[in-house]
Write a protein that binds this ligand. Structure first.
Ligand code: WT7
Length: 676
């Protein structure tokens, strides 16, 4: 790695602003290099130092880091500080209140969907609420190791429930509240959850979502699949509010099962504000979070206690250059890993003040983000390229009405960001003064793995730049050979860092097959990557059958399954097509059964089938009738050809392996121009 030269003509490089460097934790490129070198050459010492920031009741019983990444040498495993005892909730709450005098500091400014709704929660408030919830869960019989499903909107109770689980050693499985009842059911069944925590309802923009009804449907659905593991369903009165709510709110039917359902306030109100933490092993599970899998069935990514805590703590501290007086805002939903790591655990481990936002960027108006930044004096702001593209569409004018001078660092995550969107973010939002940290990572990596540090790393728009501490990226070619210097190929990692996943819940075989089989000795990300002459990494996108819609991974197989579920459909194939706001959108080819006709009504039915099965984010933009699909002689669908049809790219190249090349002309003649 070298500092990219200022003389470089073909690309524009952005150097860290000097005022940021004055007080930064990593104040220049050389200090990044020195720390990086230490993290690679002396990982034990490096992470032992980080561990000193936290409270342990026992030290590790063996080496700090142990692992096997080579399937040919036995089971894949990685352990970090095994034998050490601690509790994540104690470290992110009690320690801040008791040892760091942060009890009165604001942990969250909660900002509701409607601008009038807001609430301030200090570290002391949060600790008390967490203890009450933890005691309530214990009363219900939840014990160490039990799984608790959480299906909540972006409200404080979501963080409270997660931390309450962490306090008593229960394993939370948070399901994004935009997922359908089928998706929720599938996740509950897979993790065999004993409790479900949900809410009556929530407004997302102007749309009212009846979460309790969806939850009930999910539980019914679970019952169809086998004996119901969920004993209790806890319901936060959020839409109705405990005190009755306001008049203009739409009435909501909240179905109730008196044996099973418990109001949240009835669970917590009589409980004590004290709850002794359960001291857990460093490698005990902390949570499961599901992510799409290329075979269709979502994978329960498992993270454990100590490694995840230390890694989210350190990445948050360095990547956002966190300081005591910062107000930090990550716009993600906690139902995704970004929210777990960088709204819940990472910021709290640092004693940070965060904004917790329930709403959407364009409600009630397109200036909502800028209004919130001004209102709370946000200094560090973290969002996704899809949101940037949406806001960019409205131009610079909305920004000019607000005071954004508090901003210091801007972050992006979720998909490759185009240089154009990067520059708009940097110039229009950051007014040219704020470094943009493009953070590459995955549900599986637990935290950032390729990322700039704002006061240290010269930036190139569109590049996630360089590895974080402890991370050693490699690029392999198709034969699994490691490429040096300037290169393009598969992005893989040869060694674990503390925050990497420990497995797929209940399925070691799938874990090894998905991430470690293709190139023995390496963790395979599934992303393509290019390294330039300065050693900078550029993510080129997924190289498997996954699509990235608005920063969320979707599996083509899962959507195909949902389409094929309709009785009119004989076969379906789904590919990605570029989309101005979403990045990629779904373009579906469906072959109907003989007697069926392709009509607008059917298209509508197919779309709602996918929404019901997966959720609104998976709604197809295009559905095309495909009398037959392009297949090889051995019967394999040629997705490359379908992708080209979807994009109207007629430069098809070699079609000699196709069983019937005429199929392609038919599909081209019937392609969808505009979204269905
Ligand atoms: C996939 C992981 C990690 C939080 C959000 C998504 C893509 C993520 C970037 C980035 C280019 C990115 C990759 C990755 N991705 N961040 N900065 N630049 N691509 O988590 O759902 O597990 O998705 O998102 O393709 O593999 P996820």
């Amino acid at each position: 790695m070298v500092v990219p030269g200022r003389q470089d003509k073909e690309e524009k490089i952005f150097y860290p602003p000097e005022d940021l460097q004055t007080n930064a934790h990593v104040p220049n490129f050389n200090s990044y290099l020195a720390l990086y070198k230490r993290s690679i050459e002396e990982p034990e010492e490096f992470w032992r130092d980080v561990a000193q920031e936290f409270y342990w009741t026992e030290p590790p019983s063996g080496p700090v880091l142990q692992f096997n990444f080579d399937v040919t040498k036995g089971n894949i495993n990685m352990k970090f500080m095994a034998g050490a005892k601690t509790n994540v909730c104690y470290n992110v709450l009690d320690r801040n209140v008791l040892d760091r005098d942060l009890g009165e500091k604001v942990a969250y400014y909660w900002e509701g969907n409607s601008p009038g709704h807001h609430q301030t929660i200090t570290y002391t408030d949060l600790l008390k609420q967490v203890c009450r919830c933890a005691n309530g869960l214990k009363q219900m019989g939840v014990q160490k190791g039990d799984r608790v499903a959480i299906y909540l909107p972006m409200i404080p109770e979501l963080v409270v429930t997660m931390l309450a689980c962490a306090r008593i050693g229960a394993v939370h499985s948070t399901v994004f509240a935009g997922f359908s009842s089928d998706s929720l059911a599938e996740r509950i069944v897979d993790a065999q959850c004993s409790v479900l925590v949900t809410a009556d309802g929530v407004y997302r923009g102007e749309k009212l979502i009846n979460l309790k009804q969806i939850s009930d449907k999910a539980l019914e659905n679970c019952q169809e699949k086998g004996p119901l593991t969920v004993q209790k369903c806890v319901v936060v009165k959020h839409h109705g509010f405990k005190t009755g709510g306001t008049n203009e709110r739409q009435r909501l039917q909240t179905p109730w099962n008196t044996q099973r359902d418990v109001w949240w306030h009835n669970m917590v109100d009589s409980e004590s504000e004290h709850c002794d933490p359960e001291w857990l092993d460093a490698e005990d599970p902390l949570f499961i979070l599901y992510t799409s899998g290329s075979t269709g069935k979502p994978k329960g990514v498992l993270h454990t206690v100590a490694g995840y805590l230390l890694y989210t703590y350190l990445t948050f501290r360095y990547v956002f250059d966190h300081h005591h007086d910062d107000v930090y805002w990550c716009t993600a939903d906690i139902g995704w890993i970004t929210g777990h790591s960088y709204i819940a655990y990472g910021p709290l481990a640092n004693g940070a003040t965060s904004v917790l936002f329930e709403g959407i960027p364009v409600y009630p108006h397109v200036c909502r983000y800028w209004e919130i930044i001004e209102k709370y004096g946000v200094s560090k702001f973290y969002t996704a390229p899809t949101a940037i593209r949406l806001l960019m569409k409205h131009g610079r004018e909305p920004l000019q009405k607000y005071d954004l001078s508090s901003l210091r660092v801007l972050g992006t995550v979720g998909e490759p960001i185009s240089p154009e969107a990067w520059l708009w973010y940097h110039d229009a939002v950051g007014q040219g003064r704020c470094p943009v940290v493009d953070t590459f990572w995955q549900t599986e990596t637990g935290g950032h793995v390729l990322t700039p540090l704002p006061a240290a790393t010269p930036l190139k728009p569109g590049s996630a730049t360089l590895p974080f501490f402890g991370v050693e990226p490699c690029i392999l070619n198709e034969n699994g050979e490691e490429l040096q210097g300037e290169a393009e190929g598969y992005l893989v990692f040869q060694k674990p860092w503390p925050g990497i996943m420990r497995g797929i819940y209940g399925n070691q075989e799938r874990f090894e097959n998905t991430y470690f089989k293709k190139f023995p000795g390496f963790y395979v990300t599934g992303d393509g990557c290019r390294r330039d002459k300065d050693g900078y990494y550029w993510i080129t996108g997924r190289i498997d059958d996954m699509l990235n819609v608005s920063g969320h991974l979707l599996s083509t197989a899962e959507v195909e399954g949902a389409l094929a579920d309709h009785e009119a459909v004989a076969e379906a194939a789904v590919v990605g097509r570029p989309h101005a706001l979403k990045g990629e959108c779904l373009y579906c080819f469906v072959t109907l059964k003989d007697s069926r006709e392709f009509t607008n009504v059917l298209v509508g039915e197919l779309k709602s089938r996918v929404r019901e099965k997966i959720g609104p984010i998976a709604t197809p933009d295009f559905i095309q009738n495909a009398p037959s699909l392009p297949k090889t002689r051995s019967g394999k669908i040629m997705r490359r050809v379908l992708r080209q049809i979807a994009r109207n790219d007629e430069d098809l190249g070699d079609l000699s392996t196709l069983a019937d090349p005429k199929v392609v002309d038919v599909l081209f003649s019937q392609r969808c121009e505009a979204a269905a």
